[in-house]
Design a binder for this molecule. Sequence first.
Ligand code: ZN
Ligand code: ZN
Length: 247
Amino acid sequence: MIRSIHILLIMLAGIFAGIVYRDAGLFWWACAIAMYFVFGCLGVVVTFHRYLSHRSFQFRWWWLERLFILFGHLAGSGSAIGWVAVHKAHHAYSDTDRDPHGPRRGWRNFVPDYDDVVNYRMVRSMLRDRYLRWLHKNGILLIAAYYLALWLIGGDIAVAFFGGIPQAITILMSVITNWVGHVYGYQTYETGEDSRNCWWLAIPAWGESWHNNHHAKPGRASFSHKWWEIDISGAVIALISKQGTMK
Ligand SMILES: [Zn+2]
Ligand SMILES: [Zn+2]
């Protein structure tokens, strides 16, 4: 709990900021949605999930990979090393008692507590990367520095709409997708667990709710297996991946 409690605190602080600033106006809320794209889609879904967890493509530019990893860290859902270790455990133990998240955990999904789940053996290659190791150790400090920079530039409201609120949306959407993706929707593939494809969550979840497709073919960069299954993250990957590397 000690290491992952900041995820819960960021989520609660972001929700509180959203309530306080609910009347801030369209401009600020548009900024929050744009930042949810940066943190949620580019950072967490494209980079932590499809790139670092499943190696489903290669970045066209090395600096973009480093930048998107940074976005993922600023999302507040924990370090890349921690995130990937938890996610690999989810694929290995889907819908069993060892699954770190999902419907079986019920309300406890909203209290992310991953300290006991992280198995460093699952992320051995990531531990060799100095940048990832540094971010794993200093992620909370980095977020604090990011808040300070926002505050110096734009005050409390900038911290809320460029920090806490989009971070809370990112964390909440992950929790919701992990839960919905194993409860609602149809199954294209017999995967042996409860994963499902849910159309109404596809756009806000950046394509992650085509979850049955993903469990069936985890190495594939695009989660859209039918022409009408919209996958925004898959489209982003098509733009940023080295030619021919997108699986
Ligand atoms: Zn799943
Ligand atoms: Zn996955």
